[in-house]
Design a binder for this molecule. Structure first.
Ligand SMILES: [Zn+2]
Length: 169
């Protein structure tokens, strides 16, 4: 229960992060956030019953770093929406693939790394997509800064939707 996701809104109600219930309760108890919506049941302490938060709102406005994102496997998976860029499968078991392999002087750049599932990664091995006759779904690019970036690839709970005005696929 304490690991369930909680939507964190900025002071201006913009989605800023997703944390777990444990962290959300901590932010509330420390006075750093307010409880906005419940939806995940209750916890019992010695004397009280608490509703578990599903949406909390920070009491201070946090400036969001919308600049360049640092390249990492996690960020590449986020950019590619946890989808293999060769076969389109969504999987929990994904790898980061160098489009042009490292030993063929492929660089570690946003334009040269994509998310790949294990079977595609094995099939492609140390070859370029052309050499392996595998097509990329789309050309890899640096991620577009979006306020909803934190929500990509996540389960969106119904009670969160009223705070999300754009569509997320
Ligand atoms: Zn694949």
């Amino acid at each position: 229960m304490l690991n369930l996701p909680v939507l964190v809104l900025n002071l201006n109600y913009e989605p800023i992060n997703v944390c777990n219930v444990r962290r959300a309760l901590l932010l509330i108890f420390k006075g750093k956030a307010e409880f906005l919506l419940s939806g995940k049941g209750q916890v019992h302490s010695v004397r009280k019953v608490f509703d578990l938060p599903s949406v909390i709102r920070l009491v201070h406005l946090v400036k969001r770093p919308f600049g360049k994102r640092k390249l990492s496997k996690k960020e590449v998976l986020l950019r590619d929406r946890h989808t293999c860029q060769y076969c389109g499968v969504k999987s929990k078991n994904l790898t980061m693939d160098h489009v042009i392999p490292r030993f063929q002087s492929g660089e570690l750049t946003w334009e040269n790394v994509v998310t790949a599932c294990m079977p595609c990664n094995h099939r492609k091995a140390g070859r370029t997509p052309e050499q392996a006759a595998m097509r990329l779904l789309k050309r890899p690019k640096p991620p577009y800064p979006s306020p909803y970036y934190v929500l990509y690839g996540r389960v969106i709970f119904d009670e969160w939707r009223k705070f999300i005005f754009w569509t997320i696929d």
